[in-house]
Design a protein around this ligand. Structure first.
Ligand code: MG
Length: 227
């Protein structure tokens, strides 16, 4: 039985191995700048980057600001004279060509697409994400993708999900399921928009207080039973 014919799937770290893509993009920037790529430097960059993305999710900074500022701060921290705009272009170019999927993502999308409509809901730079989606193995199973930059709003805002709901014929607040790994954008967003939520929690992190989580899965294959 199909319970949720419309699936709103997060992309990064839900279907795509974003950590692998992010590592490869950071390595490309290091090569470009002649900077040695060490785990410590990656952690420094990623801590700056994820802090800025959290600010973006709270509506405190813009995407255009974030993509440059992360490199500006990182270069200041490591004492490197480099062009943050050029490095961001290199970074986005590499990210856009990374289409590594997480385990089981392809198989699950293929099977679900037989009797569900699959949509991507993602906070991302549109040009990068469109290219990754188009070049990825799951492309034939995805009906459409809603990218925050094009929506003019991002997860977890109600405005973002209103934009998505307004563009899917036949969708209701009962017949769709939001699936994602991020509590602060996917699950919070589903709660804000009063949509059913499935938390993809492969690491078995503790369940938070104060969020409605209708389903929790450790493996994407569990979706085939519950959706
Ligand atoms: Mg994610």
């Amino acid at each position: 039985m199909v319970r949720y014919p419309y699936l709103l799937l997060d992309a990064d770290n839900t279907l795509f191995d974003f950590d692998a893509a992010n590592h490869a993009a950071f390595a490309a920037v290091c090569r470009f700048c002649g900077l040695e790529n060490t785990p410590e430097r990656y952690d420094q960059y990623e801590s700056i980057n994820s802090g800025l993305w959290e600010q973006l999710n709270r509506g405190e900074v813009s995407k255009d600001y974030l993509v440059i500022e992360r490199f500006r701060r990182f270069f200041r921290l490591v004492g490197l004279q480099a062009d943050p705009e050029a490095c961001n272009r290199i970074h986005l170019q590499q990210l856009g060509s990374s289409t590594i999927l997480l385990p089981n993502a392809l198989e699950v999308c293929r099977q679900l697409a037989a009797d569900h409509k699959l949509y991507i809901v993602t906070n991302a730079v549109a040009a990068v994400q469109r290219r990754r989606l188009a070049e990825s193995a799951i492309a034939p199973y995805i009906t459409d993708a809603f990218i925050s930059e094009e929506a003019g709003a991002s997860k977890p805002s109600r405005a973002y999900f209103d934009y998505v709901m307004g563009r899917i014929p036949g969708i209701t607040r009962e017949n769709c399921l939001v699936v994602g790994d991020s509590l602060s954008s996917d699950i919070q967003g589903a709660n804000n928009a009063h949509l059913p939520a499935c938390w993809f929690n492969p690491q078995g992190l503790p369940r938070p207080e104060g969020l409605r989580i209708d389903y929790e899965i450790r493996d994407l294959r569990e979706l085939m039973e519950l959706a």
